[in-house]
Design a protein around this ligand. Structure first.
Ligand code: PEP
Ligand code: MN
Length: 346
């Protein structure tokens, strides 16, 4: 439930409500907005009478939250969550952030060339998979810890914060040592042990939507991370599986405004995995920002024909530069700007 305090409620009145809820066994989350404080209470305590809370001084009303997810719900926290990374990169604020880089880290040269190119075009976060979730066990599985080291070197060289996937709960501490943002991939969206582990890691998490997950299941996955104590979550729509097979997935752009209304968490879109075809990536990235996305994630490779994974959906650096120019215009049209990194290099 949510306890909405009156505009002029005193700190003492707020604290009395908090103590009462805690005594009753609720987990309490305070949200101090500009005009009023909202107290979110999670727990299945049917015996606490709504009327008795409403009778407390300073309380305006008590609203039950009927959705199965609570901490991730917009009702619980009306203002947008902003996830802050190094170099002043803020996700979920007014500026749109662009994550770009290769599908997989293949070598230091491939990574650095890509990182420098995407940075020059205006990307603010570098991506690159070190642990790759491949459909076939015979496909390239990633450079693993060596890949993480290369990502850290590319960050040192460019100043770009780094996002990379973690697939196994056991490797969360290792990946967290190197990454600025832990990516939970689409296939692992309902790996509940992994969700709890990244929740405990207290590092920002990029949570991709599962290929066959409903919006509610996706929000409940975010709830797992939040209930483990981590509210720095970026949601990422990356296409869902439908009957259509002309594209790799069906990019569900209606999820963007819908999720923005249901949740306070930032929402990104990945048109690379969402379409699987490089020529569809730019139009879908532009549409994502027009639809209200807080950023996009784009796969870029200096030589897509030779990429060890996802070449067909990777943009060459010049095409990415073009995308960024167009994206700037769309961002302006919807009243946003493109993010910048604060310092040129680390
Ligand atoms: C990725 O971004 O590297 C990736 C594997 O994407 P997804 O989990 O969305 O398939
Ligand atoms: Mn990929």
């Amino acid at each position: 439930m949510i306890v909405v305090m009156e505009r002029d409620a005193t700190e003492e009145q707020i604290q009395k409500v908090v103590s009462r809820l805690e005594r009753e066994g609720f987990q309490v989350h305070l949200s101090r907005g500009v005009t009023r404080t909202i107290i979110g209470a999670v727990g299945d305590k049917g015996h606490l009478q709504r009327e008795s809370l409403e009778a407390m001084e300073g309380v305006e009303k008590v609203v039950p939250v009927l959705r199965p997810y609570k901490l991730a719900a917009r009702e619980f926290r009306p203002e947008n969550t902003v996830v802050r990374l190094r170099q002043g990169v803020e996700i979920g604020g007014e500026a749109i952030q662009v994550i770009a880089g290769p599908c997989a880290v293949e070598s230091f040269e491939q990574l650095l060339v890509t990182a420098e190119a995407v940075k020059a075009s205006g990307a603010t976060i570098l991506r690159g998979g070190a642990f790759k979730p491949r459909t076939s066990p015979y496909s390239f599985q990633g450079l693993e810890e060596e890949g993480l080291r290369l990502l850290a070197q590319a960050r040192a060289a460019t100043g770009l914060p780094v996002v990379t996937e973690v697939m196994d709960p056991r490797s969360v501490p290792l990946v967290a040592e190197y990454a600025d943002v832990l990516q939970v991939g689409a296939r692992n969206m309902q790996n509940f042990y992994l969700l709890r582990e990244v929740g405990a890691a207290k590092k920002p998490v990029l949570l991709k939507r599962g290929p066959s997950a409903t919006i509610e299941e996706w929000m409940l996955a975010a709830e797992y991370i939040m209930s483990a104590g981590n509210d720095q979550i970026i949601l990422c729509e990356r296409g869902i599986r439908t009957f259509e097979n002309a594209t790799r997935n069906t990019l569900d752009l209606s999820a963007v405004p819908l999720v923005k209304s249901l949740s306070h968490l930032p929402v990104f879109v990945d048109p690379s995995h969402g379409t699987g075809r490089w020529e569809l990536v730019t139009p879908m990235a532009l549409a994502a920002v027009a639809a209200g996305a807080d950023g996009v994630m784009i796969e870029v490779h200096p030589n897509p024909d030779e990429a060890l994974s996802d070449g067909p959906q990777s943009l060459k650096p010049d095409k990415f530069a073009q995308l960024m120019r167009q994206l700037t215009r769309v961002a302006t049209a919807v009243g946003r700007t493109l993010g910048q990194i604060a310092v040129c290099s680390a």
